[in-house]
Design a protein around this ligand. Structure first.
Ligand code: MFK
Length: 556
């Protein structure tokens, strides 16, 4: 019998998840946990069977057909089997609805995002339209536009697959994605109805029943402030497009199951969401929700990577024993686990805040804290997912470089987390925007103090101290940076954001470790906290702007 490599397998991804289950036991009332465990177990099973099936089938991508046999332009999209399966499953489990329902009070978002985290990898990025739908629901609620609320919300929040609708988010144009001020799509009012004319360069989930789009009312001033936000239903009931042409599907590095199109609008009917300006302000609630989804999706990638590496480590024997028993491999895996575990606690803390804010149970400091943390968590988890996915390929050796092992896809897909919904630098600048608008770091520092005040165990004191020292060093850096020119702060913005995210993540992980020692007699979160603290929190630069200007313009 020739030597065969054992492929990695996944067991039920909820039952097997020590980090998620321990966290839920700490934060959820027992009655809520027992009410939602059925959903979580189902999704955990779906995740493991989808992974097993992916080994035995051809990889599928959506297909765009421009013309029918008779020469008529149809622009028909065929979705992948995973997407067709995801639609009813997402509706029945309420993957959007659960975040808005009041039955579990302020735990609504924790419940929803625990499901999203379990579902994401198996969904093959169907979580993208779910995120945008959640964002659209949030933006419509905030707009107070009762007609659109009555029209779309029952569909967005439906648990009936026949009624459930998804939404797109049409912002990006040829002129730019980060900077929307150059938006060229024009909105004209014709016979009492708005129509959009222009080109959208990236439209994710083009099969969605609705979309929110930015456009410039004809004759309005240049710049972003005069853009307006519009609601569209792009398809007629018979499946034909309403004055929209799909030029092509994008040929992307990853997320290849997601139909992302380049489209032309030639009088597509649309409805104003709010006033005919300040569209960026109106779409911001959507961006903040999708950025939270982004963080949970990135976390799901990390968890999937680590689960596969851990399973493979038990099967793969080298140098006479399984990888799992080799000290250096253990050390590599421990490093990945510690980073992921810290990121987990920060990302889910943000979902707790989102739940409280949305239920009207958050004071002003908590609202400001959510505003500050959303770009931070998006930025850090997006980058971390790429690091962990890259390490995962390496943990599999040559097998991790083989496309049909399914491992390289993790890395290709992970790369999207730091790009869409605003790149890392856009998040860093958004953090600075929030920092200025909310009056500084106080909400974050007060939250950290309250979190660390719950840490009593002597063995966790070094972790708590490292988190406090991080706060002191950041505050000192900020005092210096904010007294100089604006560019100085901006140049340091990314490292500032990483540092703050890591500092709060360490505080949260340490608090959870304290609870796990006491309530579950489990020393692993404490080990993760020690390890994470050892990795270091900050890379702030003292002479950042000057050196950056010199090095960025380097040439021979
Ligand atoms: C699991 C799946 C996860 C997710 C899947 C999603 C797939 C979608 C694929 C996409 O990527 S869709 C495109 C995503 N595009 C972006 O995320 C855009 C990136 N660029 C930015 O975020 C820029 O910061 C932005 C375009 C918002 C800058 O616009 P402006 O107009 O130059 O900003 P400005 O003037 O500072 O802000 C305008 C208003 O919006 C201000 O309010 P006021 O008018 O009241 O003063 C800001 O405070 C407000 N604002 C901006 N960002 C905000 C915000 N308010 C709250 N939260 C924010 N994040």
């Amino acid at each position: 019998m020739p030597f065969l490599q054992a492929a990695p397998m996944l067991s039920n991804q909820y039952l097997d998840d020590r980090v998620l289950r321990s966290y839920l036991r700490r934060v959820l009332p027992p009655a809520v946990l027992s009410a939602i465990e059925g959903d979580l177990t189902d999704l955990g099973e779906y995740a493991s069977s989808a992974w097993a099936q992916s080994r035995t089938r051809e990889r599928c991508e959506p297909k765009l057909t421009h013309m029918d046999a008779w020469g008529e332009r149809i622009d028909r999209i065929e979705l992948t089997p995973a997407w067709l399966a995801a639609q009813p499953l997402a509706a029945r489990h309420g993957l959007v609805a659960a975040g808005h329902e009041t039955i579990h009070g302020t735990s609504a978002r924790v419940h929803q995002f625990a499901m999203v985290y379990l579902f994401h990898c198996a969904s093959e990025f169907y979580t993208c339209p779910l995120a945008m739908t959640d964002g659209a629901a949030t933006a419509l609620k905030a707009s107070g536009n009762q007609r659109l609320i009555d029209r779309a919300m029952p569909h967005f929040l439906s648990r009936d697959p026949e009624q459930f609708w998804i939404s797109g988010q049409w912002m990006t144009e040829n002129a730019g994605g980060s900077d929307v001020s150059g938006t060229e799509t024009v909105a004209r009012e014709e016979n009492g109805r708005w129509r959009l004319y222009g080109r959208k360069w990236f439209t994710s989930a083009i099969n969605a029943q609705t979309a929110l789009a930015l456009a410039r009312p004809a004759g309005a001033a240049p710049g972003s402030d005069s853009l307006a936000l519009f609601y569209l239903e792009p398809l007629k009931p018979d499946g034909r497009w309403r004055n929209i042409t799909l030029d092509r599907l994008k040929d992307k590095l990853g997320t290849r199951e997601l139909p992302t199109a380049e489209i032309r609008l030639d009088g597509a009917p649309a409805e104003l969401v709010g006033e005919a300006k300040h569209g960026v302000r109106q779409i911001a609630p959507m961006l903040n929700v999708t950025r939270a989804w982004n963080a949970i999706g990135a976390l799901a990638t990390m968890r999937r990577c680590i689960a596969l590496v851990r399973d493979y480590s038990n099967r793969r024997v080298v140098f006479g024993k399984p990888l799992a028993e080799q000290a250096l491999h253990q050390d590599t895996l421990a490093g990945m686990q510690a980073e992921y575990e810290a990121a987990f606690h920060l990302a889910f803390y943000v979902t707790e805040l989102l739940g409280r804010v949305q239920m009207g149970q958050a004071d002003e400091a908590q609202q400001n804290l959510l505003r500050l943390l959303t770009p931070l968590v998006k930025l850090w988890t997006g980058k971390l997912a790429v690091t962990i996915a890259s390490e995962t390929c390496e943990c599999f050796g040559g097998m991790g470089y083989l496309e049909d092992s399914g491992i390289p896809q993790l890395l290709r897909d992970a790369q999207v987390w730091s790009i869409w919904e605003g790149t890392s630098n856009v998040q860093a600048l958004d953090f600075l925007r929030a920092f200025r608008a909310t009056g500084g770091l106080q909400p974050l520092l007060s939250a950290q103090r309250a979190i660390l005040s719950q840490v009593q165990a002597p063995e966790l004191e070094p972790c708590a101290r490292a988190a406090r020292e991080g706060a002191t060093r950041i505050t000192e850096w900020l005092q210096k940076a904010s007294s100089g020119e604006r560019e100085r702060m901006e140049a340091g913005g990314r490292e500032l954001a990483f540092g703050l995210a890591r500092m709060l993540a360490l505080s949260l992980l340490t608090r959870h470790a304290e609870w796990a020692l006491r309530a579950e007699n489990d020393p692993r979160p404490a080990a993760a906290a020690r390890r994470f603290a050892d990795h270091g929190l900050l890379r702030l630069k003292s002479n950042g702007l000057h050196d950056a200007q010199m090095l960025a313009s380097d040439s021979y």
